[in-house]
Design a protein around this ligand. Structure first.
Ligand SMILES: NC(=O)c1ccc[n+]([C@@H]2O[C@H](COP(=O)([O-])OP(=O)(O)OC[C@H]3O[C@@H](n4cnc5c(N)ncnc54)[C@H](OP(=O)(O)O)[C@@H]3O)[C@@H](O)[C@H]2O)c1
Length: 263
């Protein structure tokens, strides 16, 4: 089936990896970005900002499928609301959304929860907006990408003492593997909430950080810090993990070593 496809977040870590899978099947592949970009590599760029809704109507015009990968640490609910409103006015495109494992299991209630876990709450709110949009939809939840894990580890490793949220574990996955699945879902029919995707192994945060420090030749103490609040308690209980769906093939060690792993 060929379709006109809008990819939001197509300039980001995940979206850049989704685009090549969509291109062969798309009559038009359009990417929405906040920056003006010249069309290239079979991609038509439109300028817009989902936080304000500017450019959303132009972005969704005439598309059959929207793959919604635009996201930041804040306000993914607002961005998704603007996209859904524009898509609804334009027709009935299939909306494919990427969310995070644990979005439905992480209660974000208090001030400290909001400060640390507002991202997860916004992802959950965005999931609900998608499901209640009246559009045909598919939502995939994935665990944290290796790419983000590396960015976090690098930032932490610069500190003289490296704080590690006590009792937190992560199950990182290669963004490329999530991208392939997301594109497959986009090119199939609407499926609602599909089986989530997690990486092949689970790591205690402090062990992962110690491993990273060792691998990069740094000597720093890692200090476990107990985070307050219900959301942190949910993470300590494993809300962000999906051991029953450890479907990723590329481990964190493979990623750090630059190894590609066949599926
Ligand atoms: N990173 C993870 O570990 C992880 C795990 C599970 C799910 N996810 C989800 O996967 C999605 C992509 O994550 P990522 O790591 O690829 O993010 P990323 O590398 O930070 O890229 C973010 C993308 O969102 C676009 N964007 C941001 N704000 C926008 C706005 N106001 N209007 C329009 N576009 C906007 C950016 O486009 P421009 O800068 O070109 O405007 C960029 O393409 C997010 O929804 C995220 O929640 C991420």
């Amino acid at each position: 089936m060929t379709s006109a496809i809008l990819l939001t977040g197509g300039t980001g870590t995940l979206g850049r990896l989704v685009a090549p899978h969509l291109r062969p099947a798309a009559t038009t592949l359009r990417v929405l970005s906040r920056q003006a970009r010249a069309s290239a590599d079979g991609i038509e760029y439109v300028t817009g900002d989902l936080t304000t809704g500017e450019g959303a109507a132009e972005a969704v015009a005439g598309v059959d499928v929207i793959v919604h990968c635009a996201g930041t640490s804040k306000g993914d609910d607002v961005k998704t609301r603007h996209l859904v409103d524009a898509a609804t006015a334009a027709g009935r495109p299939h909306l494919v959304y990427i969310s995070v494992v644990g979005a439905d299991r992480t209660p974000v209630v208090s001030g400290p929860d909001r400060a640390m876990f507002g991202y997860v709450a916004a992802k959950r709110a965005a999931e609900v907006i998608v499901a209640e949009s009246g559009l045909p939809w598919t939502t995939l939840r994935a665990t944290q990408f290796h790419e983000l894990t590396l960015t976090t580890a690098r930032a932490m490793a610069r500190l003289p003492v490296v704080p590690a949220p006590a009792g937190f574990r992560i199950q990182p996955i290669a963004a490329a593997e999530v991208a392939e699945r997301l594109a497959e879902l986009a090119l199939a029919g609407p499926a609602g909430l599909v089986a989530e995707m997690g990486g092949p192994r689970t790591y205690d945060m402090k062990d992962l950080l110690r491993g990273y420090l060792k691998a990069t030749g740094r000597r720093r103490p890692v200090l476990p810090v107990r985070l307050p609040g219900k959301a942190a308690a949910a993470f300590r209980a494993g809300a962000n993990l999906t051991p029953g769906h450890a479907v990723g093939h590329r481990t964190w060690e493979d990623f750090l070593a630059g190894r590609t792993v066949p599926a």
